[in-house]
Write a protein that binds this ligand. Structure first.
Ligand code: ZN
Length: 261
């Protein structure tokens, strides 16, 4: 089975900043998608913020098994109705991977229900990522640690809920540490947050980083059919219970109604 991946790119700094354009002449989203297409078993395409509906049409989401999201400069430009559509897809079973500064993206904050804040410094420091969950599918084929010579520092405390699993912890030259690979489940959707990927450094050309993202796609993929309406909250009236129920007390609702929102 081929896993269908969509890489969502903000595509702002690639257009505005010469350093970023030099490292990612095809855009970060296309670099990430190209690496995934070489991984085997994955068919990746990309969309950008500037596409109609930010590329996140109902049809595109329906044919996306795992969505990869990179954003930084234009989180606020993502329309709320598109954010809801993306979150509905996750709750219905779509896998999602948030990269680097997507910690402050609207869909990540919505799915985490937390500030998602952290400390940071842009000084081209060495980042050393340690595997903290041995034999986790996301770490398959990786050494027990690997380094990125130049990265932005993200430090604790990271304002996210306690994850299902912490897969990586990062150390930075300045002394900070950070939980850099975290798994979550929201509704039927598997979510992975992966820290590296500041746009002025060639992080997404790194073989280990590419391997993590490909592994995470395989981990996040839920092969079961998408839940069509994950927000559905059906009323089960007295007349349709499995065991007999005698109705008592006053009622606010009538049988079978949609309920309040
Ligand atoms: Zn950054």
């Amino acid at each position: 089975m081929t896993i269908r991946v969509t890489v969502w790119g903000e595509n702002v700094h690639e257009q505005k900043n010469k350093v970023v354009a030099g490292i990612y002449p095809d855009g970060m989203h296309n670099t990430i998608a190209a690496a995934l297409n070489k991984a085997g078993g994955i068919s990746a395409s990309s969309v950008v913020l500037q596409d109609p509906e930010h590329g996140m049409t109902v049809e595109k989401l329906a044919e996306t098994d795992v969505l990869v999201w990179w954003g930084h400069a234009a989180h606020g430009a993502v329309e709320d109705k598109i954010v809801e559509r993306v979150c509905d897809a996750v709750w219905g079973g779509m896998g999602m991977i948030f990269l680097h500064s997507a910690h402050f993206s609207k869909p990540f904050k919505r799915l985490m229900g937390a500030p998602c804040n952290l400390t940071w410094r842009e000084a081209g420091e060495r980042e050393r990522l340690w595997v903290t969950s041995r034999h986790h599918p996301i770490t398959r084929g990786l050494p027990d640690h690997f380094e990125l010579e130049n990265e932005e520092m993200y430090g604790e405390p990271f304002g996210v809920p306690e994850p299902l699993e912490t897969v990586f912890v990062s150390w930075f030259q300045g002394g900070e540490v950070f939980r850099s690979g975290l798994t979550y489940r929201r509704g039927a959707g598997n979510i992975f947050y992966f820290r590296p990927g500041h746009e002025t450094y060639p992080t997404y050309h790194d073989g280990n980083v590419q391997k993590v993202i490909a592994n995470a796609v395989n981990w996040a993929h839920n092969p079961l059919p998408r839940i069509a309406d994950p927000n559905k909250a059906p009323n089960v009236p007295v007349g349709s219970t499995l065991e007999p129920v005698v109705e008592r007390g006053p009622r606010l609702h009538h049988d079978g109604e949609e309920g309040l929102r």
